[in-house]
Design a protein around this ligand. Structure first.
Ligand code: TIH
Ligand code: FE2
Length: 314
């Protein structure tokens, strides 16, 4: 899933913020959007069966409790067809346009076009590689909650399928985006430690710092690209899960600018379609060092209790 833009209300600012010390204390109930209530411009808005399906799957996520297995979903033939066609067509582009870390992790999940994989099984694989686990969520979380989850090596993930009429691009997170886009990167140890660092930084961030951290997350984890020799390769999940966006990137359809983690970044939007500008890491290793340095600058404010809770040395 991807975090929504931060929009602090005066109330939130007035109340003292309680820093969670475990994943149980991270709220996954407050959904900001992209849940079961579809807006008028959603491709499934006039599809009653699709809407009911979203309600059912979102309700399962709402009733999930940490420690229980993630609910099994029996995907319909239509959903399997959307999954299978996305997987098959994306896979053709990965060899040329996905970064090497993504390609290295890809076989671990053994994704097949004839069945939508179950989050519970994928979570087990992930736990065996980087210790990350999946927690089902009904839709878009508040960005603080979403990023806080990463501090406890927990990735909040939707389970519903995008509408079959728009398989190549959707502005919302869905199971294709989570599984194909995010999980292979989260199975990479250096990417996983970066995601963890962003999560820990979010525990320390005030509202202003959080806004910048959300943008850093967006322009790396969601839409980041990385230089490999003279090529530009995708590592952001929003590129890797969308046939349309990946082609757009591969065709040079957007500007590519170097990422400077200390400089202001453009506003993020779910509404403007394909990205107009991608931010590139010079190399994955060099980019990770800079992002870790930014995160460390925020982490300095954490108490020993919080540091211990997220596995940092005090
Ligand atoms: N646009 C992506 C896709 O079609 O797979 C989904 C999202 C990426 C980032 C936020 S939602
Ligand atoms: Fe995402």
């Amino acid at each position: 899933v991807a975090p929504a833009p931060a929009s602090p209300s005066p109330l939130q600012q007035a109340a003292p913020r309680r820093v969670p010390l475990g994943i149980q204390e991270v709220d996954n109930g407050a959904i900001l959007g992209f849940s079961a209530e579809l807006s008028e411009d959603h491709p499934g808005f006039h599809d009653a069966a699709y809407k009911q399906r979203r309600v059912n799957i979102c309700n399962l996520a709402r009733s999930h409790r940490i420690g229980e297995p993630i609910p099994h979903i029996s995907y319909t033939a239509e959903e399997v067809a959307v999954w299978g066609s996305a997987l098959t067509r994306l896979e053709h582009l990965f060899q040329q346009h996905a970064c090497k870390e993504f390609q290295r992790s890809w076989p671990l999940f053994d994704l097949r076009p004839d069945a939508v994989p179950q989050l519970e099984d994928l979570s087990q694989v992930l736990q065996g590689t980087t210790g990350f686990r999946i927690r089902p969520v009904a839709g878009l979380l508040h960005p603080r909650d979403f990023l806080n989850g990463l501090a406890f090596r927990t990735f909040h993930s939707t389970q519903y399928m995008r509408h079959s009429s728009k398989p190549d691009y959707t502005p919302e997170p869905d199971v294709i985006h989570e599984v194909i886009g995010h999980l292979p990167m989260l199975a990479d140890p250096s990417f996983a430690s970066l995601a963890h660092a962003i999560g820990v930084a979010s525990l320390a961030a005030d509202e202003e710092q959080l806004k910048h951290l959300v943008k850093l997350y967006w322009y790396t984890v969601e839409f980041g690209v990385v230089r490999e020799g003279s090529d530009v390769k995708a590592f952001g999940a929003g590129i890797l899960s969308s046939y349309g966006e990946l082609q757009h990137m591969a065709a040079g359809g957007a500007e590519v600018a170097p990422l400077d983690v200390w400089q202001p970044l453009p506003k993020i939007s779910y509404k403007d379609g394909y990205q107009k500008r991608y931010f590139a890491l010079e190399s994955f290793e060099a980019g990770a060092v800079e992002l870790q340095a930014y995160c460390a600058s925020l982490q300095a404010g954490l108490t020993d209790e919080v540091r211990a809770a997220v596995g940092l040395a005090s």
